[in-house]
Design a protein around this ligand. Sequence first.
Ligand SMILES: [Zn+2]
Length: 274
Amino acid sequence: MPELPEVETIRRTLQERVLNLPILATKVLYPRLLQNCTELELAQALYGRAFKQIDRRGKYLIFHLDSEDRVVFHLRMTGKLVAVPWSFPMEKHTSLQVILDRNLELRLVDQRKFATMHLLQGPGYGMIKGLATMGEEPLSDEFTPDYLLAQCRGRKAPIKSVILDQRRIGGLGNIYADESLYRARIFPGRPAGSLTPKEIHRLHASIQAVIQEGIAYRGTTFRDYVDGDGRVGGFQERLQVYGREGQACLACGESIHRIRIAGRSSSYCPNCQI
Ligand SMILES: [Zn+2]
């Protein structure tokens, strides 16, 4: 699943390509993608307009139109959003085409078909629950060690599920959560409330470092992630624990284990992470 660094990389690449180009047409090839509008309503809202800015919040991409309407995507498991020339061969599983001027179009390709799209015409994000209730961004000024401590305090839930909870931190997913806990030397199954202030500080710093590096290396391509230009990421070369089960821990040589925590697979070093 694309996480914060991947979605941010898609945002940055698309922002270079698709802004200020008049929208000529939309084609919805998988109508269930549309969460709150019909194909006709989408076509009417977009026709003749242009995207003026693309924002990201957590794993959501928010396309602002010059009409003040917004189109909000969540790519879920396998969604890819790419800008390609009109003649570019259609990929299997293409769900949506937004045809722009200057021989360019925005395409959503989604093998598993879990991606969602909302059309927002009023103020606020209230109708998208995941956006309205989202916790702080890991690289924002509001995400402090005290904020992280407040999210953990008194909780018996595993720290891994607390940091994956989008209502507490926006944008972390399985890959960056495992990497953050490994770097902070914290076992993912530890009850969140048992972390000491020192461990909270370490985890806070690790989350920020891992997300910053993830963005700097333009995301992680573990299976099918590509950016808005169709290019794979580079952070998969830098992963220290995720996807390395059975291989030697880079710090101590112990074999990396994998277990399920709160329904998610979790990779960790049984020697380094306590
Ligand atoms: Zn180790």
